[in-house]
Design a protein around this ligand. Structure first.
Ligand code: GRF
Length: 209
């Protein structure tokens, strides 16, 4: 895997001097959890004044669960198939986060559409990471969309979540060149290197607000 530097490097932030209590995070994941780990490591290094209060996941067989348990972070399974509506699932998510005193919610590979219920519970404090330079390539398969479009540069975006998918206010972005021989896997791997930098940075922005 080629570790190509991004064209726009995120500014690294240190929050050690902060006297505020750590921002209580709730993380939502449906996949491998590499972004979850990136956030946890930024906290460990002292680069992010936050605490992961709980990981909510909607599948029981995802790697993110193991990553959380290794760190003794509580995990809560909320299986979308057990809820009759998206709003009902979101009410359960909100109740869970309230029980863990969550202040800010991070969708780190959450593969379900959400509703106004979740948005209203965390106004301006519900963020998502997406593997493209929004507003290009919204929705699913952003990496494949970038390859099909033959763009020379793609990247990743952290944005505040609104009801319209991948359309909320942008907090931070990082660019990644598309190489001539890229496959979806190689490009996604390089995009993820940047995701792991900008997601903690975006949370740090919110932690300072
Ligand atoms: C990331 O590429 C993110 O942009 C997208 O889902 C993926 C999650 O990856 N929304 P991981 O589970 O954090 O490794």
């Amino acid at each position: 895997m080629t570790d190509t530097p991004s064209l726009i490097s995120p500014i690294l932030t240190t929050n050690l001097a902060s006297e505020r209590p750590p921002l209580m995070l709730g993380i939502m994941a449906s996949g491998s959890g590499s972004n979850f780990v990136a956030v946890a490591r930024a906290i460990d290094r002292g680069n992010l004044n936050a605490k992961i209060a709980v990981l909510v996941h909607n599948k029981s067989d995802i790697a993110a669960i193991d990553r959380a348990r290794e760190r003794e972070i509580p995990t809560v399974l909320l299986d979308h198939r057990e809820y009759r509506t998206r709003a009902a699932l979101d009410r359960a998510i909100v109740s869970t986060f309230e029980a863990y005193q969550v202040e800010c919610v991070v969708m780190a590979g959450w593969m379900r559409m959400i509703t106004q219920v979740l948005i209203d519970a965390f106004p301006g404090r519900l963020i998502n990471i997406h593997p493209s330079l929004l507003p290009s390539f919204r929705g699913l398969h952003a990496i494949e969309q970038a390859l099909s479009a033959r763009v020379k540069i793609t990247g990743c975006t952290v944005h505040v979540v609104t009801l319209e998918v991948d359309a909320g206010p942008i907090l931070i972005q990082s660019a990644v060149p598309v190489l001539a021989d890229d496959t979806a896997a190689t490009l996604h791997a390089r995009v993820q290197i940047q995701e792991h930098l900008i997601l903690p940075e975006a949370i740090a922005i919110l932690a300072r607000c």
